[in-house]
Design a binder for this molecule. Structure first.
Ligand code: 4NP
Length: 153
């Protein structure tokens, strides 16, 4: 089972979600993340994201930002988007119903009907904003892991 998490820059939200999901899922699951823009391509996650993950025992410092590509739709089984703008932009890249069906909102997949199912961008906030983002992603990741691991059985 292969999962791709997508946000805008791939330096704040989706790197955190990738690290959290990978820490919870069994090893045979593949987890990666990407952005809808290539502005930060090749960069490490934002320092504040690395710091909050580290506090919770997760190392995301080796990740590198990359943009999503059409090839990702062939590789991944689930493509989870952080907000509705990202969802829209990712759907625009799909080529078929089959590819479209892989794409959903991260919080919707988790069954969490909060914030209009959006994980808001913490980029313009502070350490507390990143902590809140981590908590939300952690709770949602737990729910997604439960769903995916019970499906895999
Ligand atoms: P992310 O946050 O989508 O959670 O990685 C952002 C980081 C950088 C920018 C936008 C969003 N930016 O425009 O530089």
């Amino acid at each position: 089972m292969k999962i791709l998490v997508v946000c805008l820059g791939n330096i704040c939200r989706s790197p955190l979600a990738e690290g959290i999901l990978a820490s919870k899922l069994p090893e045979h699951f593949v987890v990666d993340s990407a952005g809808t823009i290539s502005l930060h391509e090749g960069e490490q996650p934002d320092k504040r994201a690395v710091a909050v993950a580290h506090k919770y025992g997760i190392d995301i410092s080796a990740q590198k930002s990359r943009p999503i590509t059409p090839h990702d739709f062939q590789i991944y089984d689930y493509i989870f988007c952080m907000d509705r703008t990202v969802l829209h932009d990712v759907i625009e890249l799909t080529d078929s119903e089959e590819e479209r069906n892989k794409v959903s909102l991260f919080l919707e997949a988790a069954g969490m009907d909060v914030n209009n199912c959006e994980v808001k961008d913490p980029y313009w906030s502070d350490a507390e904003g990143f902590r809140e983002t981590f908590e939300l992603l952690n709770q949602a990741s737990e729910a997604i892991c439960n769903k995916l691991t019970s499906k895999a059985k």
